[in-house]
Design a protein around this ligand. Structure first.
Ligand SMILES: [Zn+2]
Length: 81
């Protein structure tokens, strides 16, 4: 992330919670929280499934967002403005 993002750029990039989730997914190393396998089913980022050990977890596990009741868009707005 470089420089400051203009508000309209922000709105275009993060229109939905899903886009926010996808952004986090890009930042994170996507591996299983239990066995560290990279062999994951990520079709649902809030319910990623490890194809090796069958563990399910959210892309938000281990981030500051995981226990937040605030929407991701609100968080992102605070971070990027
Ligand atoms: Zn696993």
């Amino acid at each position: 992330m470089e420089g400051t993002m203009k508000l309209n750029e922000f709105n275009n990039a993060f229109q939905t919670e899903q886009q926010c989730l996808a952004y986090i997914a890009n930042l994170k190393e996507n591996k299983c929280i239990r066995c560290s396998s990279f062999n994951l089913n990520t079709s649902d980022l809030k319910r990623i499934r490890c194809l090796k050990c069958n563990q399910t977890f959210s892309i938000l596990t281990g981030t500051i967002f995981s226990r937040s009741q605030t929407s991701l868009r609100s968080w992102f707005y605070l971070i990027f403005r």
